[in-house]
Design a protein around this ligand. Structure first.
Ligand SMILES: [Zn+2]
Length: 345
């Protein structure tokens, strides 16, 4: 996989890549999970950490100091990202600090209104002050219509045992409100546009070697003779070893080349498909447009396309590196064998 950068390999499959997860990002997501466990409470560890480090104060206004453990400093360091991924749902407001907890559209009243006056900031002031009988009554605390709108968007659920945090990162589908590693991971990484071709690479049942071959082909990273020449690698004969007529390039070998095209025509016949294009970039849209024939057909078409690509590439390598030649009928037989194994595997 030396032909593809590490950063690209680490993007998810739906974004057209391999979907590896770099350790640095896994470490960040794990730290965020720790911070979530801390604010969610309900465990001996979270209670002990709260008593030991937060004491009578508020976690959201707590700053790291030398007396804090490494673990608690890690939790504090992820406070900002955590705030962007959670929402508060109220039972009666009695468990939520009115000024400091980020319960208003992921922000605290302190964030929106600035520091409270001495009269406004009495110790232990909770949201129950402005929540009565299951309804918001926010007509105090420097009330504005805009602030009122934000407050009204905070959900009240009297059936809850207590006020609670909901895990709801932006863009994630609303779930149970419990922490999800996948959405957490998506929150901290850079995202890229979705790839429409990923389903032709990561098709269920497709052999890994074929997946990677199609993947490299779609990225234009297979080391054909024209690319080797451009890297300064000496190539005595630039011609395609399959037809010995044209210079070898990715575009030629899949499926402009007469031998490769002959193989794909047979697959098209079996699939009942008409493709006039002679490049994988032309063939993929034709298969995608025909997916209305059913999931089974669509899967078979993707498997046949990938098997054709891999066997053409294998034949090319065998001719160059081993001096062995398989006739088209033999390649078609091998493709048929692999397709049957993958379809039934
Ligand atoms: Zn050729």
């Amino acid at each position: 996989m030396h032909a593809i950068s590490w950063e690209q390999l680490c993007r998810p499959r739906k974004e057209g890549c391999v979907g590896l997860r770099p350790l640095l990002e896994i470490r960040e997501a794990s730290a965020l999970k720790l911070a979530w466990r801390f604010i969610s409470g309900g465990s001996l560890w979270a209670d002990w950490m709260h008593i030991r480090y937060v004491k009578q104060g508020n976690f959201w206004t707590c700053s790291p100091d030398n007396n804090h453990s490494v673990t608690f400093k890690t939790v504090l360091r992820h406070k900002g990202v955590l705030k962007s991924a959670i929402r508060r749902t109220m039972k009666d407001g009695s468990g939520t600090d009115l000024w400091r907890d980020p319960w208003i559209d992921r922000r605290s009243l302190l964030d929106i209104r600035g520091s409270p006056t001495h009269m406004e900031d009495r110790r232990g002031l909770t949201c129950s002050r402005i929540l009565r009988d299951g309804e918001w009554r926010p007509e105090s605390y420097r009330y504005t219509e805009e602030l009122g709108g934000f407050i009204m968007s905070t959900v009240i659920d009297p059936a809850l045992p207590a006020d609670r945090w909901i895990w709801e990162p932006p863009g994630a589908s609303s779930g149970s409100g419990e922490f999800q590693f996948r959405s957490c991971y998506n929150l901290i990484r850079n995202t890229f546009p979705l790839s429409s071709d990923y389903e032709f690479v990561w098709c269920k049942g497709l052999a890994r070697k074929m997946q990677l071959c199609v993947y490299k082909l779609l990225l234009g990273r297979l080391l054909t003779r024209d690319r080797l020449s451009s890297f300064g690698v000496p190539v005595p004969d630039p011609k395609c070893v399959l037809c010995c007529l044209e210079p070898e390039s990715i575009k030629h070998i899949f499926f402009e080349c007469t031998l490769a095209w002959q193989i794909w025509l047979e697959q098209s016949r079996v699939l009942g498909l008409y493709t006039s294009g002679k490049y994988i970039g032309d063939i993929i849209p034709v298969i995608r447009d025909s997916r209305g024939r059913g999931q089974d057909w669509f899967r078979t078409a993707r498997i046949r396309l990938a098997a054709s690509v891999w066997h053409v590439w294998r034949e090319r390598n065998r001719r160059i590196f081993e001096g062995l030649v398989t006739p088209p009928v033999g390649i078609l037989h091998n493709i048929e064998f692999d397709v049957n194994a993958m379809e039934n595997g």
